[in-house]
Design a protein around this ligand. Structure first.
Ligand SMILES: [Fe+2]
Length: 462
């Protein structure tokens, strides 16, 4: 029996295999693009390392695409065979969690990771995976508390401590504890300037507080450290574009879109596509001509109309189809969503039924210019949209869609109410103030409209 870098017992063939596993795990936490290479080195040292098979299966699930989900099942089968030969209780629970995830029982998998963390608070694989699933289950309080429960067992000398602070920062941010989130995130970045997750958590704080110039400076100051990071760096660039969008710097955004956010136009990765789709949609909503950029995204979305892994992704894929007017694919995807919404034995089934389906229908209706219908579909579910997962910054897309639809269908009193809500939470968003001014003009409240417009102009002028 061996112990890993966090003192946890591991079934392995050699010290060398465990050391390589430890190294691989730090690369995973660091969102490094060479994590797969580090995993291969683990298998070179010990092809039968149970935790490496578990890690691989989970990594395949994290790609959220059916071909790699099948690979996850191969890893699960290998892990089950090895478990029969000998495994610790913790390792057996990891196999059970992967098994649950492969059966689309995401809540079941998450519960097992949390049970592991209760007994082994330094199990970073369980912690990082639970962070991911809490995020896509829309449970930001669980994301925060999951890390908080384990933090007392962590200290600066434990490898990966900074990465845990980065997780802590993001959970705090998503639950509105901005000062604590920024402190934890900055501390993590002091420990490791390459920690892109912690960097990103602080960018979220600045987004939520409307600190657009701070956000641009923060990301500009750290982006030189992202070369070794995987495609998550495109998401960090997406955040930078959101700051520029509030400042009306459209040319900068289109430049960053082509050189960073969507530098890899061959990527069909869900996050890469969601970044690109959400950004193009926001640009068009403020009247920017995005040229032919939708075409390649809609092509890839057509291949994903039957995926239904997370409703969050589906809503984005539908957005690309709607933007490029892919009639057949839109109809096929709407029909296919009926099946996803009827699934009773998966965690996401009820999410598709209650939120994902109406959301995708609304996205399609927006593409058709049926703005009354968009409001009719979105208004009843707007308090449930969090269930599709994603961050507040990402889900703001659907708030913008509802607001734009309300304005374009002459529901100005409702639009104004939505904007009053948003501007109370974030008074520093020029987009929110300009849209509120638009609604106020329509309502005949010219003085209030002028005031909102001047506040937006002042924010943009700095
Ligand atoms: Fe983000």
């Amino acid at each position: 029996m061996f112990r890993d870098q966090h003192g946890l017992e591991m079934t392995a063939a050699s010290e060398q295999a465990v050391a390589r596993y430890d190294r691989m795990m730090l690369h995973y936490l660091g969102i490094r693009s060479d994590t797969g290479d580090r995993l291969k080195e683990v298998f070179d040292a010990d092809p039968e390392l149970l935790m490496a098979h578990c890690a691989k299966g989970n990594f395949m699930k994290l790609f959220c695409t059916p071909p790699l989900e099948r690979k996850a099942e191969e890893s699960l089968a290998a892990a089950k065979q090895l478990m029969a030969v000998g495994a610790t209780e913790r390792e057996k629970r990891h196999v059970a969690a992967l098994d649950a995830w492969c059966r689309s029982d995401i809540i079941g998998a998450t519960d097992i990771w949390e049970a592991i963390l209760l007994d082994h608070p330094t199990d970073v694989l369980a912690m990082r995976l639970a962070h991911f699933t809490h995020f896509y289950l829309g449970d930001s309080a669980a994301m925060r508390d999951s890390v908080a429960r384990s933090l007392p067992y962590w200290h600066a000398e434990l490898p990966g401590y900074g990465f845990v602070l980065g997780l802590n920062a993001f959970g705090l941010e998503e639950t509105g504890n901005y000062a604590d989130a920024e402190r934890a995130g900055r501390r993590a970045v002091e420990i490791n300037a390459q920690d892109i997750w912690a960097t990103h958590a602080v960018a979220h704080v600045m987004e939520m507080q409307g600190r657009h110039r701070d956000g641009i400076a923060w990301l500009d100051g750290l982006s030189a450290n992202w070369d070794g990071c995987n495609n998550f760096r495109y998401h960090a660039w997406w955040h930078k574009c959101l700051f520029h969008l509030e400042l009306g710097q459209v040319d900068v955004i289109l430049g960053l879109y082509d050189t960073e956010v969507r530098a890899d136009t061959g990527s069909a990765d869900y996050l890469d596509m969601s970044n690109a789709i959400a950004l193009l949609w926001r640009l068009e909503e403020v009247g920017v001509d995005v040229g032919g950029r939708w075409v390649e995204l809609a092509d890839k979305a057509e291949d994903k109309i039957h995926d239904h892994i997370f409703a969050f992704h589906d809503a984005h894929y539908m957005m690309a189809l709607a933007a490029d007017n892919r009639r057949k694919a839109i109809s096929a995807m709407l029909e296919s969503l009926e099946g996803a919404a009827a699934a009773e034995d998966t965690t996401e089934g009820p999410v598709f039924r209650d939120v994902g389906k109406p959301l995708c229908q609304a996205v399609a209706a927006f593409g058709d210019g049926e703005y009354d219908r968009v409001v009719a579909l979105l208004r009843p579910v707007r308090r449930q949209v969090f269930r599709i997962g994603g961050s507040h910054a990402q889900r703001d897309l659907f708030f913008r869609m509802l607001t734009a639809a309300a304005l374009r269908s002459d529901q100005h009193r409702f639009a104004r109410a939505l904007l009053a809500e948003r501007n109370a939470l974030n008074p520093n968003s020029p987009w929110g103030l300009e849209r509120e001014a638009q609604a106020l003009d329509e309502l005949g409240e010219a003085a209030a409209a002028e005031d909102a417009r001047q506040r937006a102009a002042a924010l943009m002028a700095g």
